[in-house]
Design a protein around this ligand. Structure first.
Ligand code: NAI
Length: 279
């Protein structure tokens, strides 16, 4: 049951691929809270077909857009503004992909064409979306934009590879565009740095299960689920977070502040001391 926190608000949700996607959960919760939206993804993802189930449940039109294409984004915003007959109040950017991660290429040997693709899809796309919205004056005053990040932007997670650089750039775009859109229209822009979550993108990272278990044992509250992330996004879209902008907010059960936990030492980590013998 919702609380009508988003009654009357309209938006665009990027990145719902299947029912595990964080964006899928956000769409469901936004809908329950009275928000209405357009769903978008690139052609290939739409062909998978799952998104139309979500669209039906949430009365949302589906408009294809590749986030790397300015033409697609222009069309998406034009069609969205036409659909609602007015400006929008929120955007969820839940998009990420690294061909280097997918192909498991070792970090010192990264393919630079792939690297550029990682940056374009996973980071620059936020700038492109905001730039198109800014030019079209598509977001209403105190509108709220959220992108999803990961602590790999700040710390070294060995198999996160070039996604670490993409997330660092993404968080930097949040701060820079947060300033410009704040001045122009009081639009809020934040990144939510989420716990490892079992989704298509998540499982694509080598050793994901170990990441997932490690952070679950380390975090005093345990990993945050996709559903909990969705509820937090509702809060950030709502008027209860009107002065929160240009932040990277950890939504991770406390993981980002931990050094070591009792649980990890006693239950999960049986150290053999082998690494010390090798020194
Ligand atoms: P997901 O695989 O369900 O979502 C990724 C989405 O990006 C998919 O819908 C995919 O179709 C879309 N996408 C890829 N290339 C695109 C393009 N060129 N144009 C338009 N859309 C494109 O996985 P998830 O986990 O829900 O990912 C959403 C966001 O959350 C990503 O930015 C991811 O990095 C971030 N995140 C995920 C975590 C996890 O452990 N799953 C942890 C922290 C952040």
């Amino acid at each position: 049951m919702g609380y009508n926190l988003l009654e009357g608000k309209k938006g665009i949700i990027f990145g719902a691929l299947d029912e595990n996607s964080i964006a899928w959960h956000v769409a469901q919760h936004v809908y329950e809270e009275g928000g209405r939206f357009v769903l978008t993804n690139h052609d290939l993802a739409l062909r998978k077909g799952d998104i139309y189930r979500l669209a039906e449940k949430t009365q949302a039109p589906v408009i294809a857009a590749d986030v790397t294409s300015i033409d697609d984004l222009e069309n998406l915003f034009d069609e969205t503004l036409k659909h609602f007959g007015s400006g929008i109040d929120f955007i969820l950017h839940a998009v990420g992909m690294s061909p280097n991660v997918r192909k498991n290429i070792p970090y010192p040997e990264l393919n630079y064409e792939y690297f550029m693709k990682t940056i374009d899809i996973s980071a620059l796309s936020l700038h492109k979306i905001l730039s198109v919205a800014y030019k079209k004056d598509a977001i209403n005053e105190y509108g709220s934009v959220i992108t999803l990040s990961y602590i790999g932007a700040q710390r070294q997670f060995t198999s996160y590879s070039d996604m670490s650089q993409a997330k660092a750039m993404l968080e930097s775009i949040v701060r820079s565009f947060g300033y410009h859109y704040g001045i122009k229209k009081k639009v809020r822009i934040n990144s939510v740095s989420q716990s490892p979550t079992i989704t298509t993108a998540g499982k694509g990272v080598k050793g994901f299960d170990a990441f997932y278990q490690f952070s679950n044992c380390m975090s005093p509250l345990g990993n945050a689920t996709a559903e909990e992330c969705a509820k937090f996004c509702v809060l950030l879209f709502s008027d209860y977070a009107r002065k929160v902008t240009m932040q990277n907010i950890y939504h991770d059960g406390g993981f980002s502040t931990m050094g070591i936990s009792d649980k990890l030492m006693t239950e999960c980590f049986s150290c053999t001391g082998k690494c010390m013998e090798e020194e």
